[in-house]
Design a protein around this ligand. Structure first.
Ligand code: THU
Length: 139
């Protein structure tokens, strides 16, 4: 196996492990993410739900925000929806739009995103036209 595939697979293993820790009593849909950082470390995240549903957060954002809060630079991400059945539509394994926007802001534009059961995509493929905020001129 080529080293790149090996890296993607090892990151997916970490994402699957993180999914086991999901707090998802409302959806019972366990998701895990793993982020490889500039210092070689891997930071994991899982979805965490609230009884006030809109306050819930996806696994990908938990992993990315955790990496940032630890002073690390995220380089690559893997995500696993471990409850998706083998005959499910591919979309049931894909990162949501909100997470794609956050990935676009916190990962390099050419970053690899490995999606369990789907394959490895380049971030630009997942979100071709992201929102970008131009800072207002405050002179
Ligand atoms: N979820 C994620 O963690 N990541 C995604 O990209 C899509 C959805 C979570 C949110 C919620 O806890 C559960 O999956 C069902 O939508």
């Amino acid at each position: 196996m080529a080293p790149a595939e090996n890296n993607a697979e090892s990151l997916l293993v970490r994402a699957r492990q993180a999914a086991e820790r999901a707090h998802c009593p409302y959806s019972n849909f366990h998701v895990g993410a793993a982020v490889r950082c500039d210092d070689g470390s891997v930071i994991e995240g899982c979805n965490v739900e609230s009884a006030s549903y809109g306050l819930s957060i996806c696994a990908e954002r938990v992993a990315l925000f955790s990496a940032i809060s630890q002073g690390k630079k995220p380089l690559e991400l893997a995500v696993s929806c471990i409850d998706t059945q083998s005959d499910a539509v591919p979309g049931s394994r894909m990162p949501c739009g909100a997470c794609r926007q956050v990935m676009q802001e916190l990962l390099p534009s050419k970053a690899k995103v490995s999606i369990d059961g789907v394959g490895t995509k380049q971030l630009e493929q997942l979100l071709p036209a992201p929102f970008e905020l131009t800072q207002p001129n405050i002179d």
